[in-house]
Design a protein around this ligand. Sequence first.
Ligand SMILES: [Zn+2]
Ligand SMILES: [Zn+2]
Length: 448
Amino acid sequence: MIIDDARALLATGAVCDSCLGRPFAERSFGLTNAERGRALRTTVALADDEDFEPTDPDTCWVCEGYCGTFDAIAETVVDALSGVEFETYQVGTQVPPLVEENERLLREDAGLEPDVGESMKREVNREVGRRVGAKTGTDVDFDRPDVLAVIDLAGFDPLEAIESGEVTSHAVDVQVNPAFVYGRYRKLERDIPQTEWPCRECGGSGVQLGDDGEEPCEHCGGSGYMYDTSVEQVVRPHVVCAMDGDEGTFHGAGREDVDARMLEGGRPFVLEVKRPKTRDPDPSELEAEINEAAEGAVEVDGLRLATYEMVERVKEHDASKRYRADVVFADSVEAGDFEAALAELTGATVEQYTPQRVDHRRANLTRERTVYEIGGELLEPTRAEVRLHGAGGLYVKELISSDDGRTEPSLAGLLETDAEVTALDVTGVEGEDEPFEREAYFRDEPRS
Ligand SMILES: [Zn+2]
Ligand SMILES: [Zn+2]
């Protein structure tokens, strides 16, 4: 009988309502453990016709007072989160081992299963969480909350906290999870890397050691970078600033060569902002700001507030690519032969042995990639513009040049002359099976 269990628990010593109710936490959804405990204490007193004696947490041998500190903890959590905008939270608690031992002893002394009901950890998480939610108008999220508060019960004295209504801020560690902005970028000039590229001579420090001590690095002119700027450096500061965060990380859906432009449809990216104080800046304002500051070298488009999952999506989602290439031939090419070669390459499955220009630390292997579509125009007998759409991972420069026969078939091979790409632009990066931009990955409404 439940009343016998309650009587046995009360016989172990002074037990507060929460600690008395917690072994019965699986009964009667909608009650707090304190309400369960209070009802059981009342029932036992009535059944045995004894005086009703409430037991406050500060005299409870099990929780040693912690069950009386939920309000004080919540107050401290809300304080620690002041100035941070969030919609969802989660609370985690570290319970001192001695208190966990008390919980086990309570049940054991009363002849109950050692882990019956719920743990104190869960009760603190829920009770503090409910209070934080009510004070801030936010919702609990067990999966991926905007903020996480971790409470270390050993970090404060529960009796002092009950007395003062406060908990030292050292006992609460607040973590703010990153926020994400998705968009597409275009790179309208060549020789702009996608991400920051520290100088290889000075390691990014911008200085080298001369006869008279430190002097500006000769290789990078003291900037610390191989190139003056990067897409990342153009985009990141504005997004970090708009979200009032600490720092940002750029995630691209693949990358083009430094000397290739990224035109037309652009390339998807996600900018991740660490410790944002604001999670919902106006994406169209942000976009205008970035584009104005970039002065034409880089453009961004279609900025949206994105979910955490969008990072993996831009990195992993299979994408086909569109290209535009300037091609130069060693010998004159007949228009008819040029057309025939392109027709032969359309829909072709190309075998490509790892190109000579690719990092030699990468394993050499032959892979197959499909050319979905290829067309072009012979501008002069030895000069052409080629446009193509191919599967992700297709080496385009080698499709044109043959890379000394390592790519088969190739435009050079079919025309039986050397061919070289002198300028390459990526004109589109598109999801193979479905677009990158699915609504499930966005946190804001589509822009009209
Ligand atoms: Zn207690
Ligand atoms: Zn340098």
